[in-house]
Design a protein around this ligand. Sequence first.
Ligand SMILES: [Fe+2]
Ligand SMILES: [Fe+2]
Length: 567
Amino acid sequence: MKWAYLVNAIISIACFIFYLESYQQKVNPRHILLFFFTNVANYCFAISTFAENWESLYATFQIYYLGSIFTNISIILVIIELCGYKTNIFFRLFLFIYGAVIVFLIASIKHHKLYYVSTKFVQIYGMSYMDRQYGPLHNMLLILIFSTFIISITYICLGLKNKKDVPVRTVLTLLFMFFIGFIIYIFPKLIHLELDFLPFMYTLMDIIALIIFRRAVLYDISLSILSVYEHRSEYGYIAFDINKRYLGSTEYAKHIFPFLYGFRLDKKFTNDDAPLSPFMTEILPWADEWLNGYQQTKLLTTGKIINELSMRTIQRNKEIVGYLIVIKDVTQQQKYIELMNNYNLKLQDEVFKKTRNLYEIQESIITGMAMVVESRDKSTGGHIKRTSECVKIFVEKLKLSEQYKTLSDKFYQDIIKAAPMHDLGKIAVPDDILTFKGKYSEEQYNKMKIHPNAGKEIVGQVLAKVDDTEFKMIAENVAHYHHEKWDGSGYPDGLKERDIPLEARIMAFADVFDALVSERCYKEAFSYDRAFEIISKNLGTHFDPELGPIFLSCRKELEYLYNHMKD
Ligand SMILES: [Fe+2]
Ligand SMILES: [Fe+2]
């Protein structure tokens, strides 16, 4: 049995050393006294069991008593402090004198019978033991021990009831400790066991104290962080540990989440606490996302206030022990951002309108120029308008075809826009050629054939300031190459097959089709049958044989167009 007491004493000493090692900078003098006296009591009791005679037993027994009495006094002081209360100096002085009187009574037992009537050195369960007959003043010790229980439990209950900043887990752990302690103290007495179990209770208390102090340091860390931030009124902070147990918050945070005013320190956040609070519905899920490394910040609107939330870790010795939610009032910034966004949208809208207006002006100038050319060339009246409509119909079919449906919408839009410009080069053709009625001589025809080259130049100049280079290129190609032929026999460059740009090959169909079905001074208007027959026969010579079938498939729409379009 004596070995059990010795092991007990060593465990108790180990707890003390561990405490000092762990909290070097943050040791609390009262905690030190508690560990010190339990160590003294446990160690002296252990060596007293090895004593060989009454004298040496008595010597160690006295020191055991000293440790034991002041352990009780330390328990009272530490618990009152943990429960959030302060003791006054007279109370502490009273406790000290009370303890000192008992120590004095034991130190002087040889001279009186007030404390022990008699003592006897005995061996029991293989260990030395002091068998005592109690005198009247021994009740002082019993009063001290019971007072320790009663005062401690009273303060624990008071703390639980009145102090929201007393961690609930600390209080419950203390209650548990006293429950076990009480059993350890009372049980041997009930079965009249001549053994002292107090040393075991003291060690249990050392272990539990270590757990509680470890937690208390965490509160200290978060409290000191929170107190640093308290004065920053536009910021709020909420601290919680890695298990989402509440560690405290600043005034601004409480203002945003009022349920925090009554929230107990160390309580775990669960949905039942304030089911409707945005803290539960938005912040906690977001905190989870943050912990998983997703969403870095979050905006939260409560009433008229917009808050930005971010998170930081609370660390102890480089280990993450908790988190700090930082709440920042960004109402002003958000309003400003919103204002800027609205302004930008307005501006964009304005730019869009202006640009569209510019395009419209550009298009009407182009059409106007084309009309000027046309007014000189009486024989082809309405050619520009009709070919443009033809191109539109052709393009719609191309968009649906297997081969050409992958081309961009913009490309097709650009061809439609470019079509009215295809004969712009006729500005450069002399009046007598343009207005000549009858079949051209070779010389006249050669003069007419300059219009594609001239057209390319004129279109280039008209569109010189246009940013859209893609459109510029398409418009130039249409003007330049609409008289080229698939077999290379066209003009001005005699390009062949796919060397002729696609947009010019498309234009060629519309240009020739309109010439065929319209009346000219040198010929009658051909029937649709004849016109489509001629085009169909010339696929692969004049026209692109791949585009051909698609153009031919436009017959219904083209006939409808020509039947309904007045010059
Ligand atoms: Fe032409
Ligand atoms: Fe033409």
